[in-house]
Ligand binder design. Sequence first.
Ligand SMILES: [Zn+2]
Length: 171
Amino acid sequence: MSSFVCSVCHEPHSGVPLGYRLAFPADRYPVGAVRFERNEELVRAADDRFILANIELPISRGPQERFVWTCWISLSHESYDRMQRLWDRSDRADQESAFGYVSSRLPTYEPSTFALKSRVHTRPVGVRPWVELEPTHHPLAVEQRDGIGDDRIAALYHFYEARASGETRQK
Ligand SMILES: [Zn+2]
């Protein structure tokens, strides 16, 4: 949670979320045609393998704080099987990171965050893995490197607010 004067609406906000979690990208599969199997952060869907992991961005005004996108990363079968095999082991964080593609389209980023290359790093049991993006010029990769500003945190807050009230209006 965070409080600041908003660069979008110029009002003070408090309790602005410092992260969002993306739903599983089920819309890419035909309805009812695919069996999903979930084991904590690991999901199989048809021939695809995914892990739910955190893209963490240092917050520019206080880099000890993090803004967190919890989203879906696709893994090779080999990496997925290894992650699953070591999932409950106390030394799982010692394993090599796994290559993966970002499979969530995070709102407001242009171009899309879909298929950005990354490495997934496991952490101790009970702690969600973190994602190291390939150090490109993509805005998300730049934010992971240089930090996310209050203006961006405000823009995301307003994005989700507008979407929530839009859904309410449609009832
Ligand atoms: Zn605002």
